[in-house]
Ligand binder design. Structure first.
Ligand code: GRF
Length: 225
């Protein structure tokens, strides 16, 4: 059975390495999506070049041109909806989105966050993981809700924290996992394999090991919790 690729829109703010991972998987035929547009709030985002090189249409909606956050959200929403996406993917999109925007895309808005949520929501996750003496760190893909970085987690990947790690070396190790799990979560999503029960994401109707759910060692005692 041939299934039509799912239309998606990808939002970025910067370098775009996660976008590149999605482009690579799509081109390799492992991701049944059609990237209708890449939209950035930052005209200087390096990722825009990746999109253009791959022949994907790009748009810039510069948040600095809007006096109010709600007006930026509305402009972004309108730009996205012109492409009628099945899924909207935040791939390093660094603006906080308002309630109405998030409600509009409920259940079809994904984000990649560089920590093992619920640990280290927000910014500077790698430095904070080091400062907290974490033994492991990682990345999570989750559905976006109005609870910032708190929506239901789809998949996680853990990496060890090494004694000599700097925030940069740790970030690089985490980023390799991001490039693996973001395309994976997108695939599960467009294949219709995900559901949510009691705030928990099920894959094929259950919580499965390949979602990579990990026990985070207690940061003080090292005991799993
Ligand atoms: C990634 O670490 C992502 O988890 C975070 O921002 C970074 C974006 O990197 N939200 P890139 O632009 O995909 O290279």
């Amino acid at each position: 059975m041939i299934i039509a690729p799912a239309p998606v829109v990808i939002l970025i703010s910067g370098r775009g390495s996660n976008l590149q991972a999605i482009l690579d998987e799509t081109r390799a035929g492992r991701l049944p999506i059609e990237i209708r547009a890449v939209i950035s709030n930052n005209p200087g985002a390096g990722g825009l070049r990746h999109a253009r090189t791959a022949g994907v249409p790009t748009e810039v909606i510069d948040h600095r041109a809007y006096a109010e956050r709600a007006h930026f959200d509305t402009a972004l929403l309108q730009a996205i909806d012109r492409h009628a996406p099945r899924l909207v993917i935040l791939a390093g999109f660094m603006r906080i989105l308002g309630e109405a925007f998030i409600r509009h895309y409920a259940g079809r808005l994904l984000n990649i966050h560089p920590s093992l949520l619920p640990a280290f929501k927000g910014l500077d996750t790698h430095a904070r993981a080091l400062a907290a003496d974490s033994r492991q760190h990682g990345a999570s893909v989750h559905f976006v809700t109005n609870d910032l970085d708190g929506g239901p987690v789809i998949v996680q990947a853990a990496v060890p924290v090494r004694p000599n790690d700097s925030a940069d070396t740790l970030a690089a190790r985490v980023l390799r996992e991001e490039h693996r799990i973001l395309p994976l979560a997108i695939r599960w999503c467009v294949e219709g394999r995900l559901s949510i029960r009691d705030g928990q994401v099920l894959l094929d109707g259950e919580v499965r090991p390949e979602q990579g759910l990990v026990t985070v060692p207690d940061q003080r005692t090292g005991a799993a919790k």
